[in-house]
Design a protein around this ligand. Structure first.
Ligand SMILES: Cc1cc2nc3c(=O)[nH]c(=O)nc-3n(C[C@H](O)[C@H](O)[C@H](O)COP(=O)(O)OP(=O)(O)OC[C@H]3O[C@@H](n4cnc5c(N)ncnc54)[C@H](O)[C@@H]3O)c2cc1C
Length: 498
């Protein structure tokens, strides 16, 4: 995995792995922005919390975000008004404003030096069909009393038919922010364990989280904050969300950054912001998304395409960082936050942020804290995971599942001989009837793995940009030698002896 700009100058305090069974009031599984904020809010209310993290805190999607803190979640409000009504859409918007305020309040209270600053968020398009979408979105802004305006120019050489701004949004440095919160958690006595993978939840009189190292955490309640829920019982999250990866480049430019956080809504989408980093103004460009494990074309190279886009539109001086990450989208584009399912009233989930998890993790942390403490929260219903809006979800549900079903059977297999594989490249072959993924490293060593995903048995595909085996169904990812990198899988791919 490539190092992100955030990881370059911020390392969070390390924690040891859990090496005994323990009891607590609330167990939180997953130490990203969601898990850390939930631990913070619960511990502030005097709740005993144990926080478990499979790897290191905040190094997964949270460490790979672009960290815009905004309620402008691409074009969403017009669509939401049509599907869930004006009142519910108003609640969605208000929950996002509350989230921005929560983050700002924490920054102010602890005087966190994390470059939190207000910025305008700007959507734009150069396509006629999307121009209409932005005009509809602007109408939705009026109905929701969102402060913003249409504009038809950008301060870059990007051709634009229409733009739409949302005022008073923000951006920050996510790891600088979380570092202070984690230090505070330690002071409050929250027990944090890293390198500790939760593999199962057993609901008895209490709720027991079981770890890969065979220790138990016994608690009243469990929050599953693992992005895709590592434990989904029979709640079918696998069929209700899809993973999508995006790529980021950070560079210096000869031009002064004009301010603002930009997102085009044409395909492929691109996102832009800047950050002051080690005394330099760095531009962060994101985009070239695709469904995880499913590539857009033969020899797909999202970093190359992103670089091309940057060179075309901005005076790039020096490439500084590159990285990629993924997030999940739900059927109706609204996250699932709340009780896992009826059979698990003490297990909660927070997922499906659609790459807007800086605010949505704060929405989730507050909502779950309120639910656990039996306090009112006005947003419970709109985020509750059991909802199923029939329109337009059903169509998507069917087409997405057809897509997943295909991925169970797919996987291009060749008869390439080992010596024909180029260095730093991979291929799939059949050995004794089994599909095997072969990767040749720079020392000509071949790494062979069974490419059947250990989560639900889909066939993983090679990701040349990140040298990983990625599952197209539910987003589990494995290194070239089969180690779990991210996603719901908790077991490595089997290594094959050649
Ligand atoms: C390229 C990109 C750019 C983005 N930019 C923005 C942006 O500008 N603004 C915005 O609002 N959002 C953005 N997002 C979305 C946002 O970054 C994410 O939604 C958010 O970071 C998710 O946080 P999380 O805590 O839910 O998940 P994560 O950060 O993924 O944390 C989950 C944690 O759970 C751990 N875990 C998983 N399984 C287990 C297990 N079995 N046991 C123990 N631990 C486990 C993982 O190791 C991980 O650390 C972006 C996303 C992407 C992909």
């Amino acid at each position: 995995m490539h190092k992100t700009i955030w990881q370059d100058n911020y390392s969070l305090k390390p924690f040891t792995a859990l090496n005994e069974s323990v009891s607590t009031e609330v167990t939180i599984v997953g130490g990203g922005m969601t898990g850390i904020l939930a631990a913070y809010l619960l511990s502030e209310k005097g709740v005993n919390v144990v926080l478990l993290e499979r790897n290191r805190l905040a190094q997964s999607t949270t460490g790979h975000t672009t960290a815009k803190v905004t309620a402008q979640h691409s074009v969403i409000y017009h669509e939401l008004i049509e599907h869930i009504g004006l009142e519910n859409t108003q609640l969605y918007y208000q929950s996002q404003l509350d989230a921005i305020n929560l983050i700002k309040t924490i920054v102010d209270d602890y005087k966190i030096d994390c470059d939190f600053e207000h910025q305008q968020a700007i959507l734009y398009t150069n396509e006629s069909k999307n121009e209409k979408k932005l005009l509809h979105e602007a109408e939705a802004y009026q109905k929701l009393k969102i402060s913003g305006q249409l504009q038809d120019e950008l301060p870059f050489s990007i051709p634009v038919k229409q733009g739409l701004t949302m005022n008073d949004q923000a951006q920050f440095h996510p790891l600088a922010f979380l570092k202070v919160i984690v230090n505070h958690l330690v002071k409050k006595g929250v027990k944090i364990y890293e390198n500790t993978t939760a593999v199962d939840i057993d609901v008895q009189e209490k709720t027991i989280v079981r770890t890969a190292q065979e220790y138990n955490i016994i608690s009243e309640k469990v929050i599953v904050a693992t992005q895709f829920p590592f434990y989904e019982a029979q709640a079918f999250y696998s069929t209700r969300m899809y993973p999508s990866r995006s790529y980021c480049l950070a560079f210096t430019s000869e031009d002064t950054y004009p301010g603002g956080m930009y997102l085009d809504i044409d395909q492929p989408k691109h996102s832009l912001r800047y950050v002051k980093h080690n005394g330099e103004n760095i531009w962060i460009l994101g985009g070239e998304s695709h469904k995880t494990g499913q590539y857009r074309k033969e020899d797909d190279d999202p970093y190359r395409d992103l670089e091309k886009y940057a060179n075309k539109h901005f005076p790039v001086q020096e490439w500084k960082y590159k990285w990629s990450a993924q997030d999940f989208t739900t059927l109706d584009k609204v996250p699932y936050i709340g009780v896992l399912n009826k059979k698990h009233p003490n297990v909660y989930v927070a997922t499906g942020y659609r790459k807007w998890g800086m605010t949505n993790s704060a929405v989730a942390a507050q909502l779950l804290t309120d639910v656990i403490l039996d306090s009112n929260n006005p947003y419970k219903e709109i985020y509750q995971p059991r909802r199923f809006h029939a329109d337009p979800d059903v169509k998507k549900f069917v087409s997405y599942n057809t897509n997943v079903a295909k991925e169970f059977a797919k996987g291009k297999v060749t008869n390439t001989k080992y010596e024909q594989i180029e260095q730093n490249k991979a291929t799939k072959t059949k050995i004794d009837g089994q599909t095997v993924g072969l990767y040749k490293d720079n020392n000509n060593q071949i790494h062979a793995v069974d490419t059947t995903c250990t989560h639900l048995g889909c066939e993983c595909n090679w990701n040349q940009a990140e040298l990983s085996w990625d599952c197209p169904c539910h987003g589990s990812r494995f290194s070239y030698d089969g180690k779990v990198i991210e996603g719901p899988a908790t077991k490595d791919l089997s290594q094959i002896d050649l």
